[in-house]
Design a protein around this ligand. Sequence first.
Ligand SMILES: Cc1cc2nc3c(=O)[nH]c(=O)nc-3n(C[C@H](O)[C@H](O)[C@H](O)COP(=O)(O)O)c2cc1C
Length: 181
Amino acid sequence: MDTMNAIRNRKSFRGPFTDAPVSREDLTELLEAGYLAPSGCNLQTTRLIGVDDPELLAKLADIYSHEWAKGATAAILLLGSFTMSPSGVSYHVHDYCAAAENIYLAAADKGLGTVWIEGQIRGERAEKMGRLLGVPEDQTVYIYMPVGYPAQPGPDAKKKPFEERVWFNGYGGAESCTSPE
Ligand SMILES: Cc1cc2nc3c(=O)[nH]c(=O)nc-3n(C[C@H](O)[C@H](O)[C@H](O)COP(=O)(O)O)c2cc1C
């Protein structure tokens, strides 16, 4: 799949999944996609954990407490920690977000379904996931991405019209930009 097609086809998928396992090779490539993401000042603050052990997957889905996630045959967790950069801010949040988007695109490219789960695990659930996986105290689990082969196509999220959010040469549509699709 070319890059623009992967971008256009990417969407959050929340199950159901088939029983087909995600191969180590494919899971490794998703992790590589996250690892290769850009990072502020190239500090590379994001840590990634791939999970394909069925017991751990079941425990993660239990902590998340959403039935559909139990069908995922793999998962990726993205971790980070506050890291002051030479520009005086920590870019660790930007860094793991860039990594998550890369993983979304690599998954789309392979026909795998996944979703960026952050808001629903923030706090206690993320801490439990971290303890389960031996994450050290100075690292925070920010994102849990269950991964698997979709058993059926998921819904498309409704996007605002392109023209409402995108312009050329100034804010607000003095010169409008029409969606290329
Ligand atoms: C910062 C952030 C946090 C998110 N947290 C969650 C979450 O906790 N649970 C969930 O189901 N989806 C979560 N999502 C996925 C969004 O709901 C999803 O991207 C959005 O609905 C648009 O759908 P799309 O990804 O298919 O374009 C999150 C996405 C982002 C960028």
